[in-house]
Design a protein around this ligand. Structure first.
Ligand code: ADP
Length: 225
């Protein structure tokens, strides 16, 4: 691997391919993303956008090639180090993935509990982040009593509460109306201004066009166009 490449890179992929049985979901992808970039990953459904995000936080292993996250080579990372890798990421999904039996507060607090933070810190931090997403008054609510837009605000709060260096959002606005979608994007933009690297995958970028300065990476049939 050539380490003379950009020192400011936070994500680097070298000739990455991913196979699911007979399907090549990613074909020889090379990519260099700098710290603090705002990246849109566009492309039709089935293009490989989700797979690309999943290999970054090692939810999927690559079939060929190398992935470096903040200098960590994912093909050499042991399973005991996976939590360290995953703490660098905040992840937002289309279907929110909140735990239905836990309150809004508990869903967000879980991240900091897993990272071994003190209860007093957790209380302060979770409430602060919930207030910034406009969900402070719903801390005791269960997720399924909330609207989709509200649930996604909680999911975004959960993604940012651990102060990750990278936020991955997989179709974060696809199940929301345009007003709720805009609120989520505005919130992600605030984090971008603070220096967080953000990757948003979407098959439908019209909401975002002209609103956010960022680099678009177009994927089709597992390849970057
Ligand atoms: P996108 O996010 O752009 O819609 P995906 O990354 O989900 O695309 O999928 C890319 C390709 O890989 C598709 O052909 C999809 O069917 C296939 N694929 C994704 N995940 C799996 C899986 N777990 N098992 C089998 N095939 C998969």
């Amino acid at each position: 691997m050539n380490d003379k490449l950009n020192k400011n890179s936070i994500i680097r992929l070298f000739n990455v391919s991913k196979r699911f049985g007979g399907t090549l979901a990613l074909k020889n992808i090379s990519l260099d993303i700098e710290r603090g970039e705002f990246i849109f990953i566009s492309g039709p459904s089935g293009a490989g956008k989700s797979t690309l995000l999943k290999i970054l936080y090692r939810a999927e292993k690559v079939f060929e090639g190398q992935v470096l996250i903040d200098g960590m080579n994912l093909s050499r990372i042991s399973s005991s180090k996976l939590p360290v890798l995953r703490r660098r990421f905040g992840i937002v999904f289309q279907d929110f993935k909140l735990i239905p039996t836990l309150t809004v507060y508990e869903n967000v607090a879980l991240v900091l509990e897993a990272a071994g933070k003190k209860t007093s810190f957790i209380k302060k931090k979770v409430m602060q982040v919930l207030r910034t997403t406009g969900m402070g008054k719903k801390a005791k609510a269960l997720p399924l009593t909330l609207s989709g837009g509200e649930q996604q605000r909680v999911a975004v709060a959960r993604a940012v509460v651990g102060e990750p260096s990278i936020i991955l959002a997989d179709e974060p606005t696809a199940s929301l109306d345009s007003r709720a979608a805009q609120a989520i994007l505005d919130f992600l933009m605030e984090y971008h201004k603070k220096g967080t690297t953000i990757l948003i995958a979407s098959h439908n970028l019209h909401l975002l066009e002209n609103k956010i300065q960022g680099r678009t990476i177009e994927i089709n049939d597992g390849k970057i166009i």
